[in-house]
Design a protein. Structure first.
Length: 200
């Protein structure tokens, strides 16, 4: 059974493939493989955007689809940037500009508690969907550190760590990440699909 990984972001796609790994009976294909355009993320919450992506990709491809949306929620900023995380600076996926804006807003702020939150959704071509959530608690560093990962990884220090996510190896990051927790929640549902293809 082919299952689509619904993202046009190569870095996110690599993480999703690594986290989900091999599930017997499933062949992963990506939105990039099929040249599918990215849906417009017009939701007001991470949940809404994850559902939009998964349902749209599933309908366009005719395949069961796994998609997700992730936001960084900073306590001192009232949960911002949240759903606007990828375009916090006003420019879509300009990671350096987003990081610079975040550091500027937190200059002199003692409370640097934050969390990453991912909502992952499994959608079928007929519009049915299921969702799962993953959270990683931590804090914002004083300056960017590390060269791994993407997005806010150079600024995010997971709870219990002294290194940022960008200083961890991909294997270390994927073991603890918000994205892993959310995607792992869909694994039982994916197995059900494989064992009961009539669901489709």
């Amino acid at each position: 059974m082919k299952v689509l990984l619904g993202t046009g972001n190569p870095a996110k796609l690599a993480e999703m493939r690594e986290i989900l790994g091999e599930i017997p009976g499933i062949e992963w294909v990506s939105a990039l493989d099929l040249n599918l355009p990215e849906p417009k993320e017009e939701g007001k919450t991470l949940e809404e955007n994850a559902i939009i992506k998964a349902v749209t990709y599933a309908k366009r491809s005719g395949l069961p689809t796994v998609a997700e949306d992730t936001g960084l929620e900073v306590e001192a900023l009232g949960g911002a940037p949240g759903v606007l995380s990828s375009r916090f600076s006003g420019r879509e996926k300009d990671y350096a500009a987003n990081n610079q804006k975040l550091l500027a807003l937190l200059k002199g702020v003692e409370n640097r508690r934050a969390r990453f939150r991912t909502v992952a959704v499994l959608a079928l071509p007929d519009g049915r969907f299921w969702k799962s959530e993953g959270i990683l608690q931590g804090e914002i560093a004083q300056e960017p550190r590390g060269t791994g990962g993407f997005g806010y990884d150079p600024l995010f220090i997971p709870a219990g760590e002294t290194r940022t996510l960008a200083e961890l190896s991909p294997e270390e990051k994927n073991k603890i990440s918000h994205r892993r927790k959310a995607l792992e929640g869909l694994r039982p549902l994916l197995r059900v699909l494989v064992e009961n293809p009539e669901i489709l």
